[in-house]
Design a protein around this ligand. Sequence first.
Ligand code: SF4
Length: 468
Amino acid sequence: MPGMTITEKILAKHAKRDSVVPGENIWVDVDVLMTHDVCGPGTIGIFHKEFGRNAKVWDRNKVVIIPDHYIFTADEKCHRNIQILRDFVKEQDLPFYYDPEFVSMNPGKPNPYLDPTKTKYKGVCHKALPEEGHIRPGEIMLGTDSHTCTAGAFGMFATGVGNSDAAFTLGTGKTWLKVPPTMKFTFHGQIPPYLTAKDLILAVIGDISVSGATYKSMYFAGEGIGSLTLEDRMTLTNMAIEAGGKNGVCDVDEKTLNYVRARSRIKTWEVYTDDKNAAYDYEGDYDLSIMEPMVAKPHSPDNKDTAHNVRDVKLDQAYIGSCTGGKITDMIMAANILKGQQVKIPTYVVPGSTEVHADMKRFNLRGVLKGPNEKSVEDILSDAGCSMGASGCSACLGGPADTFGRLNRSEVCISTTNRNFPGRMGSMSAAVFLASPLTVAASALTGHITDPREFITSPIETGMAGVK
Ligand code: SF4
């Protein structure tokens, strides 16, 4: 009998079984259920309809609600959605709700928080979940967002579900899953200074296509993954869904454990590894020493090319943000390229979370606390001419017309986000190239797509950033 993978072991444990095999349908206990302002109201409505107006959620300590999508807008429907979340949190007495307290039911656009350290609001759910201690190896998390798979970087099983499935879990604490087969992607060597995980995942998706991992687990393995920061691993697992993956997962190492030990609200968890004789549905190998900075051309994440090959593409806008590319290490990468220079095209910067925003104010270019006369990451980006926004999903998902950084015309944009389907960042006639924060920053300086190797002379240190 073949051994089991990390994903199979986590699912077996939560099904109270010794083993499972791909293709089996199983009931599992869920450890965390997350929802946000877009899908939360629908989920709550189904929960009330199916379980009763006075029903209680299965475990108030396992429900996490993080408004993040449509926050800084005058759109009244968006404000109403947040109020539905507030009412539900009050009704259920939920402890883990991260309210944008500056959003009221009054007409008009809310003012952003003044100080990112003094707001309950957290920003993008996938970044906020580990920061606030809701993520642990070996657990199962469901979320009403397709990029819930991000948390697989911490060695857990995390996947997106629809509102009906989420409502069922709210009432029962369980879900019904088919065990996915596992695809193994092994990265050899150490990450070079001109690559980030974004380049790796764009290469993988380009190789297997946007349907290449449909309902499969994507396991990112090898010493190359060990050489990535924990935040960069989140970029890999975040984009598993762009290949159709059920989940993405990485091995747990000291980087993972240090982070989770410092943050987790629960002090025990289990670490799983693939058995030596685990069976894989597919195996791919990548040599980091010969990989190049990548882009995904419009209008699909699998439309891959090298940044060098598309260097003639002129750009109208650059965007650095989202759960994929708005982490503090992404900001430090971009700042190291932009330092002391001026962007040639409008460049929008959106911190992935309020913690990222706070770190941008306190860290220097090397990811350590800045001295009294040193510039912060935020200072450097701002001095380079970037427009600085408040934390949230912002234009990653287009959003209402008044959304910061939204593409409203036939513009060409290079972005650290994860999707470039027509209309994803706003206008249906805009064209979006996906790339790493290094490539986006280098391109912002020249106004055309630019291989970051033109600007990188030495490795970029990220110090304490994103470590604990
Ligand atoms: S930042 Fe973008 S991809 Fe991430 S959760 Fe928000 S809308 Fe989705």
